[in-house]
Design a protein around this ligand. Structure first.
Ligand SMILES: Cc1cc2nc3c(=O)[nH]c(=O)nc-3n(C[C@H](O)[C@H](O)[C@H](O)COP(=O)(O)OP(=O)(O)OC[C@H]3O[C@@H](n4cnc5c(N)ncnc54)[C@H](O)[C@@H]3O)c2cc1C
Length: 439
């Protein structure tokens, strides 16, 4: 069977592995994660991807998870089903609701699912195991080379593997992308931040850790800082504190944050961040959620300039390595899941594992690049139009934002991205090539 090498065992690499193994490929996934360091800390069971906070998936991503037979398991995890998001001033005043309901889809897909990143990762990893995907850790891609018939990857420990195709799902700082398209600019640093998780409903002294809204963002238009807060099921909560550049300096200099390792000194970090969000006039319940976090992970946020081509020869990019985008619109993973669906469908429709990869990869670029760029541009606009340094302009922008949300709610504009079934894009592209799909 043709062999696929996937670099990166993040949410996209592992979903891609499930999808391609299902098509009949022999799939191996390699990740640089160093487990020995975790085991030496005395851990007997390692929850892969146990850092990080929560994330939301809209119908476009849920449809893909469903086709990979993952959605039922995802919905068994602690989760919240969301109808939208509430936008507030930093002090909790002036709430504005933006609907993210997906219309014209079966009930199962109408509301976004919001869950812990680590729980989602575990569900997909388990499926990889059940499907026969081979998983390798402590394997950092250093370089690769390709001929007309194969790709060879070299890892930093000196070992090499050869396969028919290489998928770079190695995240926003992708080495595969750097080698494939050395002329393309690096991902740009946007801001630093922190992810926190806490026990929703927990009593701490006189206070109860509780969020007022299922999903909300408290925005400080004048400093550019913001706090996202989300309930995850009945007893979990998560927050993202995003800093303006001026708060932390240029955190891109601190590449250690790119590994999403939880802060070692939790009480100290929690107290420092709680003081910070208090300074922003955040409501007391939000300050408490920060102060009593069970885990805090520093992060950096980047934006990858639009990449005009996602493949060369037998090597192809997917997920953040192809289109890492700002999290302001909450669609990065959804776009990665669309990549997975499109690549698997194209192989299926064009002859299975022995399909002409040149046609498959050409159509993959044609279908996916314009849509992912449009979502990345929307994320950029959402970030750049939210912050200003003038009080008057902040007021004007907030009024415009309210109008835009009202219009979006009335015209159901969210459907364009959130309720999109990417399988229709494949059908359309194949029809344009006069290729008729049997089903
Ligand atoms: C704060 C925040 C909130 C977000 N919220 C949402 C949300 O609500 N909804 C949503 O859809 N998206 C969200 N996103 C975006 C989403 O998290 C990403 O788009 C998605 O996780 C990308 O997955 P990936 O598998 O492509 O990359 P990654 O998760 O970055 O995985 C890449 C993997 O590659 C491995 N790797 C890297 N280099 C090498 C190498 N040289 N050799 C071997 N392995 C390597 C890494 O160890 C890692 O495991 C958010 C992002 C951020 C930052």
């Amino acid at each position: 069977m043709p062999k696929v090498i996937i670099i990166g065992a993040g949410l996209v690499g592992t979903s891609m592995a499930v999808a391609l193994q299902k098509q009949g490929f022999e799939v191996s996934v390699y990740d640089k994660i160093e487990v020995s360091a975790e085991v030496s800390k005395g851990k007997r069971y390692l929850e892969f991807g146990e850092t990080g906070g929560s994330l939301g998936i809209q119908a476009n991503g849920m449809l893909v998870l469903d086709r990979l037979e993952l959605l039922d398991k995802v919905l068994e995890q602690p989760h919240t089903l969301l109808e939208g998001m509430t936008f507030l001033n930093a002090d909790g005043s002036d709430p504005v609701f933006r609907s993210t309901i997906s219309n014209n889809l079966p009930d199962r897909f109408k509301k976004d699912v919001h869950l812990m990143r680590s729980h989602l990762q575990n569900v997909i990893m388990r499926k990889c195991g059940e499907s026969g995907v081979r998983m390798f850790i402590n394997m950092k891609l250093e370089s690769f080379s390709q001929t007309d018939s194969e790709v060879t990857v070299k890892f930093s420990d000196g070992t090499t593997v050869t396969g028919d195709y290489l998928v770079g799902a190695d995240g926003i700082h992708s080495n595969v992308r750097r080698i494939l398209f050395p002329e393309h600019p690096k991902a740009e640093y946007f801001c630093g931040g922190y992810l926190g998780v806490f026990q929703h409903g927990k009593k701490v002294g006189d206070a109860t850790l509780q969020l007022k809204y299922p999903l909300s963002i408290y925005m400080n238009g004048l400093t550019g800082s913001a706090v996202f807060a989300a309930r995850v099921g009945d007893s979990l909560g998560a927050w993202n504190v995003l800093l303006a550049k001026s708060h932390d300096g240029d955190a891109s200099a601190n590449a250690a944050n790119d590994d999403w390792r939880p802060a070692a000194n939790l009480p100290q970090e929690a107290a420092r961040l709680a003081d910070l969000v208090k300074e922003w006039q955040s409501p007391p319940n939000l300050v408490d959620a920060v102060l009593h976090a069970d885990r805090i992970t520093p992060i950096n946020v980047y934006d990858l300039p639009n990449l005009p081509k996602w493949h060369k020869g037998r090597v192809l990019l997917a997920g953040d390595s192809a289109h890492g985008m700002l999290p302001s619109f909450g669609h990065g993973l959804g776009q990665g899941l669309e990549d997975v669906s499109v690549l698997a469908d194209l192989f299926a429709e064009l002859g299975g594992v022995y399909a002409d990869h040149r046609k498959v990869f050409e159509l993959y670029d044609k279908i996916r690049i314009p849509r992912a760029h449009s979502v990345a541009n929307t994320s950029r606009n959402a970030s750049s139009t939210t912050f200003t340094n003038s009080k008057l302009r902040e007021k004007v922008m907030r009024t415009m934002m309210k109008f835009a949300f009202w219009l979006s709610n009335v015209l159901k504009l969210n459907d364009v991205v959130g309720a999109h079934d990417v399988r229709l894009d494949v059908k359309k592209a194949l029809a344009a090539e006069n290729i008729i799909i049997a089903k």
